[in-house]
Write a protein that binds this ligand. Structure first.
Ligand code: ZN
Ligand code: ZN
Length: 286
C-alpha cells in the first residue's frame, strides 16, 4: 500500500510505504497553532516508510525554543504543514490533512484534551486523554502542559471546578502474552469473534502489541517479553452466555471445545483456553 500526500501548492509531494502504527487528534496548543484549527489529526508511520518525491528542498521547519522534539515542518512556498520526522522514536508524524489518499486508519483517541479551548466540542466516542497518551508513539513533549500554561488560561479559568475531579479508577484492561500472531488471530478473531481495534509495532523486527475487543470487553495481546507470562486468567462478565456458547460451538475451533456449567456460587460459566495457556472465563449470574 502506498499513500500519497502533498502540500497546498503541490511543490512538496511525499509517499508513505508502510502501514500506520497509530493515529490521534491532538488538542495541545502547539498543534492548534500549527494547524490553525481546533486540533491536529496526526498519523504515525515507521520513519523509513516516508519518502519525499518532490520538493524536499522546499521544506522549512520551526522548533519552539522550549520544545524537546516537537518541530513544525512546512512548505516554504505555501506554508502547509507536512510530515515531521521523529528520529528519537523512529516514527514520522503525518498531518492527516496533507494526505491525498485514504490511509484507512482513523484516529483512535483524543490527546491533550485538557488544553482544548472552550469553543471546541468533541463529538465522537473516542477515548479522551487529559495529556499525552504515555505511549511510545506520542511524539509531543511531556513538558508541554507547563510550558504552554499561558495558552491554557481560558480553559483553566473557565472550568476550575471541572479540574478538581473526584479520584476514580476506570476500566481495567488485561494484557495477555501471545507468541504467535496467526494463532492469536485465529483464536481471538476467528473463534471468539473479537475485532482488532488497533495494532502497534515499532517496525517489522519488533514484537506485536494489539487491542482486541467485543462489546465492552477489551483485551490487549502482547508479544513483548516484558508483558507477563502465559497462564493468566481473566473473568468477563457476560450476558447471554448460552448464545455465546452455541456460537462458539458452531465455529468448531479445532483446538478447543468449550463447555458450559453452573457453579455453586450462582453463576453460569464458560472457560476457554487460548493457544498460549491464558484462561478466559465468561460468567453470567444465574
Ligand atoms: Zn507548498
Ligand atoms: Zn499536539
Amino acid at each position: 500500500m502506498v499513500l500519497k500526500g502533498s502540500c497546498l501548492c503541490g511543490g512538496v509531494r511525499y509517499e508513505v510505504t508502510a502501514p500506520a502504527v497509530w493515529s490521534h487528534h491532538c488538542h495541545c496548543s502547539r498543534c492548534r497553532k500549527i494547524s490553525g484549527g481546533a486540533f491536529a489529526s496526526n498519523l504515525f508511520v515507521p520513519l523509513e516508510a516516508i519518502r519525499f518525491e518532490a520538493g524536499e528542498d522546499q521544506l522549512r521547519s520551526f522548533k519552539p525554543p522550549a520544545a524537546e522534539r516537537f518541530t513544525h515542518v512546512f512548505c516554504g512556498t505555501c506554508g502547509s504543514t507536512l510530515p515531521f520526522r521523529n528520529e528519537a522514536r523512529d516514527l514520522a508524524g503525518i498531518p492527516m490533512g496533507s494526505l491525498d489518499d485514504d490511509p484507512r486508519f482513523a484516529p483512535k483517541a483524543h490527546i491533550f484534551v485538557d488544553s482544548k479551548p472552550p469553543w471546541s466540542t468533541i463529538c465522537d466516542a473516542l477515548p479522551q486523554h487529559p495529556e499525552a497518551l504515555g505511549s511510545a508513539v506520542e511524539p509531543d513533549d511531556r513538558a508541554r502542559g507547563s510550558s504552554d500554561a499561558s495558552l491554557q488560561a481560558p480553559d483553566a479559568s473557565g472550568s476550575a471546578a471541572g479540574r478538581m475531579r473526584e479520584m476514580k479508577l476506570a476500566r481495567t484492561t488485561p494484557i495477555l502474552r501471545i507468541f504467535d500472531e496467526s494463532k492469536a488471530r485465529e483464536f481471538y478473531v476467528d473463534f471468539l469473534g473479537f475485532s482488532v481495534d488497533w495494532e502497534h509495532r515499532f517496525s517489522a523486527e519488533h514484537p506485536l502489541y494489539l487491542q482486541v475487543s467485543r462489546g465492552d470487553c477489551i483485551v490487549h495481546l502482547s508479544e513483548h517479553h516484558g508483558d507477563g507470562s502465559p497462564g493468566s486468567a481473566v473473568l468477563v462478565e457476560t450476558e447471554g452466555i448460552d448464545d455465546y456458547h452455541a456460537e462458539l460451538e458452531r465455529r468448531n475451533y479445532k483446538y478447543f471445545k468449550p463447555g458450559i456449567a453452573d457453579t455453586d456460587w450462582e453463576t453460569r460459566i464458560m472457560t476457554v483456553l487460548d493457544p498460549f495457556g491464558n484462561r478466559i472465563t465468561f460468567s453470567e449470574p444465574r
